[in-house]
Design a protein around this ligand. Sequence first.
Ligand code: NAP
Length: 235
Amino acid sequence: MSGQDQRLQPVLVTGANRGIGAAIATGLARLGHPVAVGARRISDADDLIRSMPAQSMSVALDITDASSVRAAVDDVVEHFGRIGILVNNAGGHYDLNARASEVDDAEALDALEINLLGAWRMMREAIPHMRAQQWGRIVNVSSRAGSFAESERNAPAYSVSKAALNMLTVQIAAELRDSGILVNACCPGWVRTNMGGPEADLSPADGADTPIWLATLPDDGPSGGFFAERTESPW
Ligand SMILES: NC(=O)c1ccc[n+]([C@@H]2O[C@H](COP(=O)([O-])OP(=O)(O)OC[C@H]3O[C@@H](n4cnc5c(N)ncnc54)[C@H](OP(=O)(O)O)[C@@H]3O)[C@@H](O)[C@H]2O)c1
C-alpha cells in the first residue's frame, strides 16, 4: 500500500463524543484522516462532527452490544469503503477507592464488559476488514492501573479489566504478527475528563497524543507493546 493510501486510512474511535476520545477523533481528523465518531447517543457524535472536516461521520455505537458493534463497523466500511484504524477508547467503571475484597460479581462483570469485552467485540468485527487489505492499526486505550508493574491498586474492578485488556492486546498482536496490522495498548496519562476529574494534570489533547501516535505508526512500528508518553512502558 502506498504512503498516500495509508495517510487516507479511515478511523473509527469508540467513545469519541467526549473526553480523550473526542480529542483523538479531532486530532486524527486534523491530520487528514476520515474519522468515524462512535457514540452511544448519535446526537452526541453529531455535535462533535459539526466542528470537524466534512468527511467525518457519526456512528451509533454501544460497545456492550454485539449487534451495535457489528452495525457500526458495517456503517463505517459502507461509508468510507474500508476501516484501517480502530481506536478502542471507550471505557468506564472507574471504581476508585473500592476494596478489591468487596467487589461483587455485578461490578466485576460491568468493568469487564466495558473495558475488555467491548474492545474484544470491536476487534473481532474490524480485523477481517484490515486483514482483507493487509494493513491496519489498532490502539487499545488502557491504563497504568492495569499494569502489574505500575498499578497503584486503588480501583480494583477497573484495574483488573484493564490488565485483561493488556493481555488481550498481546494475544491479538501475536496472532496478527506479519499481517500488516499493528496492535498496541497505551495509557493516556492522568487526564481532565469525567473519569480523570478536574485535578488531573493533562488536557484531553495531551492525553490523545500517544493514542494518535500509535494510530499513525509507520509499517515498521512496534506491535504488542504498552506505551505511555510515546515510550514503551512495563506491563
Ligand atoms: N482520564 C484519565 O485520567 C484516564 C487515565 C487512564 C486511562 N483512561 C482511559 O481513557 C479512555 C477514555 O477515558 P476518558 O477519561 O475520556 O473518560 P470519559 O470522559 O468518562 O469518557 C468515556 C467515554 O466512553 C464512552 N463509553 C462508556 N461506555 C460505553 C459503551 N458501552 N459504549 C460506547 N461508549 C461508551 C462514554 O460515552 P457516554 O458519553 O455515552 O457515556 C464516553 O464517550 C478510557 O478507556 C479510560 O479508561 C483515562
